[in-house]
Design a protein around this ligand. Sequence first.
Ligand code: SF4
Ligand code: SF4
Length: 269
Amino acid sequence: MTAGRVVQLCQRRTASCGACCGLYNTHQHGRERVQEELRRRTRALARAEKSVAGFREAAARLAEGAPEPLFPLVRVCPLLGYLDAAETRLGCLAHPLVTGGPDLREAGVYDVVTCEAFLCPSHAFLGEEEADIAEAATGDAILYGLVVTDVPFLRAVLGAVAAEAGARVERRHLDHAPFREALRDLLALKEELEPGSEGLYGAFKPGRDGGDVPRTIDYQALDRRRSPWDQILLCVGADPRSGNDLDLLEAEVRRRLEACAAAWPLASF
Ligand code: SF4
Ligand code: SF4
């Protein structure tokens, strides 16, 4: 944990995350399918009685129709949903600030103390400017969580853009809409992986003992040179064994990086 103020990642002004509540733990991680599931929960919980028993009952019904998890041992909480009618923000629908009084998180997949205390590792690694860049570049309830929980991915992307552009990416550069959109497009690779791809979870995969095991791409076995964007490719699970096409993803990384460089803001930014 860093000394000093811990950066606020879960709920930011224009972005919100629900990754640790199991949002992306599904074979069908495409944006529409994820949104559909969030909608289903939000509707059901709006009708549920505002009590632990009422939410437990609703959660049990929701679990019955829920999509298959990608990692069965990682919990998926049905109490995560949309906080606003425009579906711009997601969060815990059992939190007292959302229910308007009772704390109903006991009805979820963890207990209240765990939900209240948990901070994912990104809090220990990301600085305020990196969080700001992730928020400004994604600015929504789906892509932001994928990016902010994968520090190596975010840093690899920003590093690669800096190498192409010849200067470090700063928050102010994202005020230039064409560059912001190009950077979003590059980060959105995370949303476009093959169904069931573990690449959604970054450059690590779950080990047998529950710890993280770093992924590697076996270029030798593939009879090809190491990609200059190896770290980005690792973070999107480009190893062919993960179900993704390495050559296709590498070409996409190149194309989207070039688009970032072409949209790089002029000196006034
Ligand atoms: S995964 Fe991290 S940033 Fe996202 S909601 Fe959980 S603690 Fe917050
Ligand atoms: S009850 Fe806990 S795990 Fe479930 S949505 Fe709320 S914060 Fe997330």
